[in-house]
Design a protein around this ligand. Structure first.
Ligand code: PRP
Ligand code: URA
Length: 209
């Protein structure tokens, strides 16, 4: 489907399988989230704009491409999206970082906002929203709503594991954004957890619960 890229790279698939394993501890889980984000970021950022700039090599002067325009904005959805930020910053160290704080109500599964701050100006930046889990899609839709209300336009959404329900909801609400996924899982369970998924990403990254 247009605007949806599932990155079937074997390194990503292998690392996702280790993430899923309930025996994988916090330390390894956190490192893997970061590594997967970096590998996925390589693909998600392949259309960053370039411009030729003058450089003098030890041999001669030449024009050579460098990333142009306003600096990339990485916007994690707290908490779990934070785990992906360093993977992207390893690729684009000059990126700015925004934060969108949302938590899902345990009963309704709808997101509640508790903190939002975006780099300014946001209008001309490529914006990469990160969250390892796209479940009902409520958090993703709320995050993109917020970014658009503040003038963000060129938005990409990057998630490691998604349920079909979440993709459908996000695509319906925001058909203009490109979604990058590591794996599309089967469905949600009655608690709105992704099956087979990996459990609660925030708790596994931060060692809570
Ligand atoms: C998790 C996850 C996403 C959200 C996905 O966050 O990191 O943000 O749930 O679910 P949705 O697609 O149904 O909205 P959670 O609300 O558990 O907060 P946390 O990251 O702080 O643990
Ligand atoms: N949030 C998570 O962390 N995991 C899920 O499976 C669904 C939402």
């Amino acid at each position: 489907m247009e605007n949806l890229t599932i990155i079937h790279h074997p390194l990503i698939q292998h690392k996702i399988s280790i993430l899923r394993d309930k025996r994988t501890g916090t330390n390894e889980f956190r490192s893997l989230i970061e590594e997967i984000a970096m590998l996925m970021g390589y693909e998600a950022l392949r259309d960053l704009p370039l411009e030729d700039v003058p450089v003098e090599t030890p041999i001669e002067a030449c024009m050579t491409p460098m990333i142009s325009g306003k600096k990339l904005a990485v916007v994690p959805i707290l908490r779990a999206g934070l785990g992906m930020v360093n993977g992207i910053l390893a690729l684009v160290p000059s990126a700015k970082v925004g934060h969108i704080g949302l938590y899902r109500d345990e009963v309704t599964h709808e997101p509640h906002e508790y903190y939002c701050k975006l780099p300014s100006p946001i209008e001309l930046r490529t914006i990469l929203v990160t969250d390892p889990m796209l479940a009902t899609g409520g958090s993703a839709v709320a995050a993109v709503d917020f970014i658009k209300q503040h003038g963000g336009r060129n938005i990409k959404f990057m998630s490691i594991i998604a349920a079909p329900e979440g993709i459908e909801r996000l695509q319906k609400a925001h058909p203009d954004i490109h979604i990058y996924l590591g794996h599309l899982d089967r469905c949600l369970n009655q608690d709105a957890y992704i099956c087979p998924g990996l459990g609660d990403a925030g708790d596994r990254i931060f060692g809570t619960r």
